[in-house]
Design a protein around this ligand. Structure first.
Ligand code: ATP
Ligand code: MG
Length: 582
């Protein structure tokens, strides 16, 4: 490929609306252009890199026994109604109407479509297991599309769906995908690691996310360096708060006391009351699927909303408004409590950290008053105990007892064991060997292909631009003759090397622009081609050309060795990203 014949518009300035480095570099290196928030056009270099990620994914899916298909993006809403996700996923569903005012859904994911296919086509245990996959556009009505391709309204996903006859079989399928994901990210040069994950709106009972550590990531991962435990904070557990709950119980009955103007946990810790946060019960009022519920936590703990949804089985939950609090409990936030005047219709969920907590202080459900001497087990009608709190750094891991750490990360992939949730709703059943009909046991597996591409850039860059792993770079070598006047020896040699390297299977872009060397060098660093082969008049006079690995030192090489040296360098780089089984 010749630079002048492709379309590679680099930018000197950092685009003002790109907040994170990978988003800036996507634009500056001419990989993509924004149409509007969350919608991007891939330019040739971006598209080449994207296709490389896709090719790696396809190879590994095929190796793992995946069968490629392609499903429609436009889907009838009735299958979404059948699965229950027309409601539960309504926040992200894009809906469109046709000329007859009939509604359609733009697929954010494809469990409904693939299960409909399996329902029609898979009827016997003899056809199982099967694992279908596709690389396809997804549409999601994200409230806050941002960071370029990281959170877009339209993005490319590789999604796979496995169908098995038994639970054990489904675990085997899951493990195959899990291993394939490990290989895919390694081959993309990404340091991605699996963490235990919440199953969210998709449902199911077992799940891992593949995370790329990055300060700009939107996930918090809790991990233990000693045992290797790692979980999304939405799911993570620990041995509990580091400070024990002070046991100051006198056995006395709850006593109401005036706390005018005190409406926060913190305010109650101050004079004159001086109640430590760990001795307070925090009462949160939530509306979960239109039901009002109370969630109790220790005063210094934070609610984990993903856990709330998981434990209550609610599809959606939001904090109640002050008016809703008042109508449920007769008081406003700041004076709420569960020890007195709680209607029997209101379920009370309590965090495990509060078990046996005695001598606690909580709101009295009377504005301007609190209650002290509250023993949770004695005085509060708890409907369900569970883990609702958010783990904090430094708490001890459940199994190893070692301190947990927390770091930010980008979710690039997600594997779920779904069980029979979708197969039952959409009637994917099969005749087992014993002649009985059973629902198929499913798994689903997604990789954000466009997000993965950007994660590669977020992980590999320096002040000059992108540092690609060779497996994903748009071209492996940038061949840079400094004088491109027709007939100039630098250009003549460049054309010769270009032909020889291309014939040897090396991906070369020939920078044939008539530009200053500084501009050409800067651009090749910015776009980040792994190796630059520079041909300047001065070194050529000495019979030499220059090899410059991106981010490495310049090497002068005799002209006659150039092709062999480039091939060797490229092959070594390629090999470093191959997995054992390649
Ligand atoms: P997130 O929590 O980031 O919204 P998700 O858990 O909803 O993602 P999944 O349904 O698990 O996403 O989709 C599989 C993969 O698709 C994710 O792991 C992620 O890499 C990618 N992905 C999801 N949403 C987007 C988006 N809006 N833009 C780009 N990629 C996305
Ligand atoms: Mg996910």
């Amino acid at each position: 490929m010749r630079w002048t014949q492709t379309f590679l518009p680099t930018l000197k300035e950092v685009p003002s609306d790109a907040e994170i480095v990978s988003h800036q570099l996507l634009l500056r290196a001419g990989l993509v252009r924004k149409l509007t928030g969350g919608l991007y056009t891939f330019l040739p270099m971006g598209l080449r890199a994207l296709k490389k990620v896709e090719a790696i994914i396809r190879q590994e899916m095929d190796r793992a026994g995946g069968i490629e298909v392609l499903m429609p993006a436009l889907q009838p809403p009735d299958i979404w109604q059948q699965s229950g996700r027309y409601e539960s996923a309504r926040d992200v569903l894009f809906k469109v109407k046709d000329s007859a005012q009939r509604e359609w859904v733009l697929g954010p994911t494809h469990e409904e479509v693939i299960t409909t296919l399996a329902a029609a086509e898979i009827n016997s245990y003899r056809q199982l297991p099967k694992c279908f996959y596709q690389v396809q556009l997804k549409f999601r009505d994200e409230i806050r599309p941002r960071f370029g391709l990281m959170r877009a309204k339209e993005f490319i996903m590789k999604d796979a769906y496995s169908f098995d006859a038994t639970d054990e079989g489904a675990m085997v399928s899951y493990k195959k995908m899990y291993d394939a994901y490990t290989r895919i990210f390694a081959r993309c040069g990404l340091k991605a690691f699996p963490v235990e994950a919440d199953t969210g709106v998709i449902g199911g009972n077992y799940s891992h996310e593949f995370m790329v550590p990055a300060e700009t990531g939107e996930n918090d991962v809790v991990y233990c360096e000693v045992s290797g435990y790692a979980a999304n904070i939405e799911k993570a557990t620990s041995r509990g708060a580091l400070t024990p709950t002070p046991d100051v119980s006198t056995g006395a009955a709850p006593e109401k006391f005036a706390t005018p103007g005190v409406v926060t946990i913190e305010a109650l810790t101050a004079a004159p009351h001086q109640v430590p946060a760990a001795s307070q019960v925090k009462t949160l009022v939530y509306v979960a699927d239109s039901k009002t519920i109370l969630v109790l936590l220790r005063g210094d703990d934070q609610l984990n909303e993903a856990k709330l949804l998981a434990r209550t089985g609610a599809i959606q939950a939001r904090p109640a408004t002050p008016d809703e609090c008042f109508s449920a409990l007769g008081a406003r936030p700041g004076s709420l409590g569960a020890a007195q005047n709680v209607p029997s219709t209101v379920s009370v969920y309590a965090d495990e950290q509060l078990r046996n907590a005695r001598g606690m202080t909580t709101g009295a459900n009377d504005d301007g008053f609190h209650l002290r001497h509250v023993d949770v087990d004695r005085d509060i009608r708890v409907s369900q105990w569970a883990d609702f709190r958010t783990v904090a750094a430094g708490e001890l891991a459940v199994v190893s007892g070692q301190p947990l750490k927390i770091r930010r990360a980008i979710e690039v992939g997600h594997v779920f064991k779904l069980g029979t949730k979708y197969s039952e709703k959409l009637n994917s059943t099969f005749l087992a060997e014993n002649g009985l009909r059973h629902p198929t046991v499913m798994g689903c597996y997604g990789i954000g292909v466009t997000r993965t591409l950007q994660a590669v850039i977020e992980q590999g860059n320096d002040k000059d631009g992108i540092i690609w792993p060779i497996s994903v770079a748009p071209f492996e070598v940038c061949l840079t003759p400094l004088n491109v006047t027709p007939g100039a020896p630098t250009l003549v040699l460049a054309e010769k090397l270009y032909a020889e390297l291309t014939a040897a299977g090396i991906e070369v872009i020939l920078d044939d622009r008539d530009d200053r060397p500084g501009v050409k060098f800067k651009d090749s660093e910015l776009v980040g081609f792994p190796l630059r082969l520079g041909i300047g008049e001065k070194s050529l006079a000495k019979g030499q050309v220059e090899l410059k690995p991106r981010g490495g030192a310049l090497m002068a090489v005799p002209v006659e060795e150039a092709v062999a040296r480039v091939i060797e360098w490229v092959k070594t780089e390629r090999a470093s990203l191959q997995t054992v089984s390649d």
